[in-house]
Design a protein around this ligand. Sequence first.
Ligand SMILES: Cc1cc2nc3c(=O)[nH]c(=O)nc-3n(C[C@H](O)[C@H](O)[C@H](O)COP(=O)(O)O)c2cc1C
Length: 192
Amino acid sequence: MIVDYSLQNASQIYYLMSQSIIPRPIAWIVTQNRDKVVNIAPFSYFSPLSSNPPTLVVSIGHKSDKTPKDTLKNIRESKVCTICMPRENDLEKLDKSARELDENISEAKLFDIKTKILNKLFPPVIETSAVAFFCKFYKEIALDKSKTVPIVLKIKEQYIDDRFCKKESGKIYVDYKPLARVGKSYGLINLL
Ligand SMILES: Cc1cc2nc3c(=O)[nH]c(=O)nc-3n(C[C@H](O)[C@H](O)[C@H](O)COP(=O)(O)O)c2cc1C
């Protein structure tokens, strides 16, 4: 079967792509608005872009009222975000944090997602994270007629929980089991 994308609507295309490009890493993104309300949401249209410069890309859409999602709004305003990599035990809270909420309601408070400040220049890190990236806004990519906005982020610092890393011969090895998006469900990555 060959599927002509010009004959599919946006949700059919989303369904096709997200069932086929698997697994996808999940960015559990922490941002803050002007009132410092901590916003947390998962994004799986997320990928490393380059390690030189160290950049990531995440595509963020709009709320049902067509305004930018809080994460997009907060990154545009504050120019920073903290990207946490979720693990197995985060599944329930991660899934809840995808609910559409008013920007003044914090997912951290509502779903009891505990965070800690590790760098005052960036939003806090989710306490259960083995790995997190402190990122600065780099650029937006304008896609034709698209409602989704790919944001390029530059990694300034990486946090690794000491239990999940070791230093050997000048290299830092990171070893943890991230939660991934598999179609509309979730999976864990196991090494062969
Ligand atoms: C695992 C998972 C991955 C998601 N990936 C994306 C994504 O890549 N882009 C997007 O716009 N929304 C994505 N969503 C939906 C957002 O998390 C959801 O719209 C959320 O309410 C956005 O929150 P915010 O308004 O606080 O930014 C995803 C949801 C889940 C559960």
